[in-house]
Design a binder for this molecule. Structure first.
Ligand code: SF4
Length: 193
């Protein structure tokens, strides 16, 4: 049974292993996000688990931002797009993540991971923009994956989170709500220490 600080450390460790695996895959395939794109973050229906946002919640607490984030995330009528996404001033469909270091698992996996198809083979999942605007890199990445090359596999990472805390990893909520619930857990823990 993990304590909360141990859970946060374990999630961060999973993230750092994933980041290394993604970096390897990017260097093999040549696939990369376009600077300032952020298209994947503009989807209003991104779902995430509470567990994957515990490191960010702890960061907010450590930086004395927990209360203000809590207020923001509780607001009625809050835009369903992730609160961490900062839109570009002129291109509203572009922008940057303001919490890149402690972003969630879904944010890390998108673009550079594989799902397992019905035949048990890995199949590359990436965004339409990389597919259409970097077709050479995309084809190279897809071939690497279909040839059995190393790639982060989504379900493997979800299982690693489930092993840390099954309930907090399994329940999927709209991304802002997942962040709010993670914040509540960290704030309650700190209040009763
Ligand atoms: S946390 Fe960052 S990367 Fe994830 S959806 Fe929000 S803005 Fe995008």
């Amino acid at each position: 049974m993990y304590t909360l600080p141990e859970k946060i450390a374990a999630v961060s460790e999973v993230f750092s292993k994933l980041d290394q695996e993604i970096a390897k895959f990017q260097s093999v395939s040549g696939m990369d996000c376009f600077f300032g794109c952020g298209l994947c973050c503009t989807k209003p229906d991104i779902e995430a688990s509470i567990l994957e946002f515990l490191p960010l919640a702890q960061q907010h607490y450590d930086e004395d931002n927990a209360e203000s984030m809590y207020e923001l995330l509780q607001q009625d009528g809050l835009d369903p797009v992730c609160v961490n996404f900062k839109k570009h001033s002129t291109h509203q469909d572009r922008g940057l993540c303001t919490q890149y270091t402690n972003r969630g698992l879904i944010c890390r996996l998108f673009g550079y991971s594989a799902r397992i198809d019905k035949y048990g083979n890995n199949e590359l999942v990436t965004c339409a923009r990389i597919k259409n605007e970097s077709p050479k890199a995309y084809k190279k990445g897809a071939k690497h994956v279909s040839d059995g090359g190393e790639v982060p596999v989504m379900s493997h990472y979800y299982r690693q989170l489930q092993a840390i805390d099954f309930e907090l990893a399994n329940q999927r909520l709209p991304i802002n709500q997942a962040m709010l619930e993670a914040l509540k857990i960290v704030m309650a823990y700190q209040a009763y220490r």
